[in-house]
Design a protein around this ligand. Structure first.
Ligand code: UD1
Ligand code: CA
Length: 450
């Protein structure tokens, strides 16, 4: 069977979100909801995917631009039927599957089953489900698996409002049914052309519309409000956590957030209240947390991240040890077995294997060799108020505590910096550099009494 063309409706403003941002760009576990729908659609290998955009369409299209998608512009949002017709010139397959940009939790296997069901219909089918609280949804008036009508929330009377069988929005029709869509009128509470009114039109033609009852309402949750957004995030979060546990990751308690694109290797242990974000990739046998935030980072095998660290844009090779209380900012590379201890901040720096900065330091714009010891309280002074400069520390250097390295500056191989120094000139290989004032004693000095 040839696969359908998929149309994703995403032109609406999403008034009920009360947001400056288009609704379909609001995120579910780090992914704009429209991307969740596109991803599910893509899994079906459709003939093509057409996204109908309108409200803030530049923003939405920009976000989706790398997806080999087609876009149809709906300049004015006159309703879901109108939105579909805007896409009509781009529809090539005989079957059309319509998805809503605000129904993001849908799984491809569910859609596949629906497509199968559709093929035994007369050319129009809706996916329906039963919910505890149907408010906001179109109520489905059924007769067995035949849909007589779908009444939108705004148009439903008191008895119709009690119906708990609702329209998920997901529907399918044969291309030859499009003339019926053109006949839909907008004489309703919102003055919109409702796609759901195809049921009325079909009935006048003696065509039966069939309903595919799906029994997991959570998966077809529609998002119109911030509350529904939270609900969807919680459902997706549970799904993601279950997937990682299936893959052999230990989640040692509550409050763990892992966004959709994060990948984690086997036997990694994550303690409570950790937040793994963006395109983070974590290796095998890693220990993280509690209370750690990691964004867009690559964490090698066997790394330990102690409590209360914030890591962003980090590449850490195997067996690196970080924290507690460390902050790493983009773009930082820590090679094998580097140790970054408590209250150390590292930014835009590369640190070679086995070097250590264990306490209270700022390392910014630095290139540090292997086996370097950066003493407590060392600071790279990388900024003169106008420009940033680099600090180079070669292999085997020992930097004494409470040292300032005023960049640009280079410390030669195996050099030693005496504690409390302010280094403003390059230090030669193997040398000892000390800049502090010599200690002197004034004998017999006593503080004057009042
Ligand atoms: C819609 C359905 C309702 C269903 C519910 C499921 C209609 C008329 N109603 O209601 O039966 O229970 O979804 O979640 O279809 N859109 C456009 N252009 C428009 C209008 C909407 O592209 O002119 C897009 C929106 O961006 C959104 C989707 O279509 O992604 C649904 O629109 P929305 O206004 O949220 O419809 P609901 O009132 O939720
Ligand atoms: Ca909706």
């Amino acid at each position: 069977m040839p696969q359908p063309t998929i149309v994703i409706l995403a032109a609406g403003k999403g008034k009920r979100m009360r947001s400056r941002k288009p609704k379909v760009l609001h995120e579910i576990m780090g992914r704009p909801m429209i991307e969740c729908v596109v991803e599910a659609a893509r899994q079906l290998s459709p003939s093509k995917i057409v996204v109908v955009t309108g409200h803030e369409r530049e923003l939405v299209e920009e976000r989706l631009k790398n997806g080999e998608l087609f876009f149809a512009a709906q300049e004015e949002q006159k309703g879901t039927a109108h939105a579909l017709l805007v896409a009509e010139p781009m529809l090539d397959a005989t079957d059309i599957l319509i998805l809503y940009g605000d129904v993001p939790l849908i799984k491809p296997e569910t859609l596949q089953a629906f497509i199968q069901f559709f093929r035994s219909s007369q050319g129009v089918a809706f996916m329906t489900t039963e919910v505890d609280d149907p408010s906001g949804y179109g109520r489905v008036i059924t007769d067995g698996d035949v849909i007589r009508d779908i009444v939108e929330d705004a148009d439903a009377d008191a008895s119709q409002k009690k119906i708990r069988e609702i329209n998920t929005g997901i529907c399918m029709l044969k291309k030859e049914m499009l003339p019926l869509v053109r006949e839909i009128k907008n004489d309703n509470a919102k003055n919109e052309y409702y796609l759901t009114d195809i049921c009325k039109v079909a009935r006048t033609r003696g065509i039966t519309v069939r309903g595919y009852h799906y029994n997991d309402p959570q998966e077809v949750l529609g998002i119109n409000t911030r509350k529904e957004l939270l609900n969807a995030n919680q459902i997706m979060r549970e799904r993601i956590l279950a997937q990682h546990m299936d893959n052999g990751v230990t989640l040692a308690g509550e409050g763990i957030y892992i966004e959709s694109d994060v990948r984690i290797g086997q036997d990694t242990v994550i303690f409570p209240f950790c937040f793994l974000r963006g395109k983070t990739i974590v290796g095998e046998g890693v220990t993280i947390g509690p209370h750690v935030v990691i964004n867009n980072s690559v964490i090698g095998d066997g790394v330990t991240v102690e409590p209360f660290c914030s890591l962003d844009g980090l590449t850490a090779e195997a067996a690196v040890a970080i924290g507690p209380f460390a902050r790493i900012r983009p773009t930082t590379v820590l090679k094998e077995r580097v140790k970054i201890g408590n209250f150390v901040e590292v930014k835009n720096s590369v640190i070679q294997p086995k070097s250590k900065a264990n306490h209270l330091s700022y390392i910014g714009d630095a290139d540090i060799g292997t086996d370097v010891n950066v003493g407590a309280g060392t600071i790279t002074c990388n900024y003169d108020g106008r420009k940033k400069y680099r600090t180079t520390i070669e292999d085997g250097v020992f930097v004494g505590s409470n040292t300032e390295l005023v960049a640009p500056v280079k410390i030669g191989k195996d050099a030693t910096i005496g504690a409390g120094s302010t280094i403003t000139r390059d230090v030669p290989e193997g040398a000892l550099a000390v800049t502090r004032v010599k200690q002197k004693h004034i004998e017999g000095y006593a503080r004057r009494k009042k």
